[in-house]
Ligand binder design. Structure first.
Ligand SMILES: [Mg+2]
Ligand SMILES: [Zn+2]
Length: 272
């Protein structure tokens, strides 16, 4: 017997954008974020940007409101809800942070579909500022993986899930991601596993640079519609047509109808 664990990356996988970039663009931190990225790793730059936004008077409530305007495709929602309804174990493994991910998932009512979220932890301090910490405290020790950023080795997490003492059954993974950080966990997958890289994104390019390095079955996807079709195919069920119009591959749910939401909608449509 084996137990299937479906692991989703968050940025550019569950959502069709990067949540750090979204906040930077929306709250006036884009130029600073770009500058920071030139001299430090992504997670460190995101932490600094958040501190700077707070210093400029941006509140946690503003960040929360902004996160709730991130569109989520109905195809992604259907894929997640269907897999959960079938009893699959869904988890998130992301280099974003707890606050961003939970805000979006709760907003769309899919938080309960996930058994675990592995990401950089965040908390709110007494001044209601968001404090983000690295998932792996590299000031104490290194995770020892040269492929991954110092704060998170996703491959490490995959190995821990596989080796967890509570896993009496053999774990099979379906791993869905897009980024460079998803390559290390892809290398840890075995022949019984599946990796679903987003086509023409860094993970896809790394995998296709040397497909022989990957033991898992490889299935690429381009947009949320394909992600839904592909995942449900692997789970051998048809997409639930009552939940979403499957013909409308470009449709995205936008949580509000204000001008910001519409601008986002147009941007995302041009991307997929
Ligand atoms: Mg990603
Ligand atoms: Zn790694």
């Amino acid at each position: 017997m084996s137990q299937v664990v479906i692991v989703f990356d968050f940025d550019e996988t569950i959502i069709d954008c990067d949540s750090d970039v979204w906040i930077a663009n929306d709250l006036g931190g884009a130029a600073l974020f770009n500058d920071l990225l030139k001299c430090m790793p992504w997670n460190a730059a995101a932490i600094r940007m958040m501190e700077e936004l707070h210093a400029q008077g941006r509140s946690l409530d503003e960040m929360e409101r902004s996160l709730k305007t991130i569109p989520l495709s109905p195809h992604t929602i259907t894929a997640i809800k269907s897999a959960h309804a079938l009893g699959y174990d869904l988890r998130i493994l992301s280099d974003a942070n707890t606050f961003f991910i939970e805000t979006v998932l709760k907003h769309y009512g899919i938080m309960d579909c996930f058994t675990e979220i592995y990401t950089n932890p965040s908390c709110v301090d007494e001044e209601r500022k968001l404090i983000i910490s690295p998932y792996h405290d590299f000031t104490v020790s290194s995770h020892g993986c040269s492929l991954c950023p110092p704060n998170l080795c996703k491959g490490n997490v995959i190995e821990r899930i596989r080796d967890a003492p509570s896993n009496k059954e053999r774990t099979r993974f379906i791993y869905i991601g897009d980024g460079k950080g998803d390559y290390c966990p892809s290398l840890k997958l075995r022949t019984e596993d599946i990796v679903m890289p987003r086509k023409d994104y860094p993970l896809w390019r790394l995998i296709h640079g040397n497909v022989h390095a990957i033991e898992a079955e490889i299935h690429g996807w381009t947009n949320a519609f394909e992600l839904e079709q592909l995942l449900l195919q692997q789970l051998s069920i048809e997409p639930d047509s009552s939940l979403v119009d499957s013909d409308d591959t470009q449709k995205l749910i936008s949580p509000n109808n204000n001008t910001t939401g519409m601008a986002t909608f147009q941007f995302l449509v041009s991307r997929v």
